[in-house]
Design a binder for this molecule. Sequence first.
Ligand code: 5GP
Ligand code: MN
Length: 311
Amino acid sequence: MSDKILEVIKSAKRVAILVHESPDGDAIGSALATLLALRKINIDADAIVSEYPFMFKILDKIELFKTNSNLEYDVALVLDCSSVNRISNIDIFNKANITINIDHHDTNTSFATYNLVDRGGPACCLTLSRLFKSWNIEIDKSIGSALTTGIITDTVGFRYNNISDTYDFVSSMIKLGVDVTKLYYKILTVNTMPQFELKKIAQSRLAFYCDNKVAFTYILEEDDLKLGTKTGDHEGIIEIGKDIEGVEVSIFARFQDGKYRVSLRSNNDVDVSSIAAIFDGGGHKQASGFVTDLSLETLRDKLILEVSKRL
Ligand code: 5GP
Ligand code: MN
């Protein structure tokens, strides 16, 4: 499949690189690395990413992203996205003659003309690192920093889904001169002041259910308005409950654009992607999410019931 994808990309007039809505570090890193890699082999490509969390501004050449585009693209390359209904800038995808899907989600629906899905892999960025090698594209420092970013964020700082390939790749990036410590700090560790204030609110609301095996917290629209939070300031809140001893499942809901956006994390065997799927969401066994119109109370009760069935 990797050779076929390269052949399709090489014969394209113009390639659009797309990611999922509310893009995270893996989506951003994947889009930037792929944009730079394709331009290296003289392919006319654009990455169309409408909005992304502020901390990724430190990435070299991220200013090449287009927020939108009216150009014609015959090939649409979708990265880190499990299903069609999550694609940002879907009109570009719909207009393309040929579509390509490169991803690592277990729940990926193989929605494109060509699908390369590394199910269960730690990050789309790691999948891409292998792909670029097989295409003989040199991973330079800028591409390497973008790929390392996706690995750091999707493994939450090497805490999830650790495989030796990840460490081999990151080790090779350190040899190349990528400042992994700085990326880790700027992207994962440092908190903005509003982010810290949000964490305090979320921590004060943290409630436990099912013999303290389930942790639940939330952020309201008024909290965001009061603190002037930006996209990215909610990162880390889900980990507060998750990192408490004995907690199996951590739930975080926040109000955004008239709906609740819900994150689920599992520490052990509970498959939270099966719970997210009930609400038309998805993700991985240990990290999933969805968006819902339900009220906070109904949402909480339904989720606790679903988790309790799986404990
Ligand atoms: P997060 O909680 O960080 O937003 O998302 C965790 C994981 O769940 C990510 O892999 C993300 O792709 C997936 N995810 C989050 N929200 C949704 C959603 O609304 N639909 C689907 N299909 N997956 C989601
Ligand atoms: Mn990912």
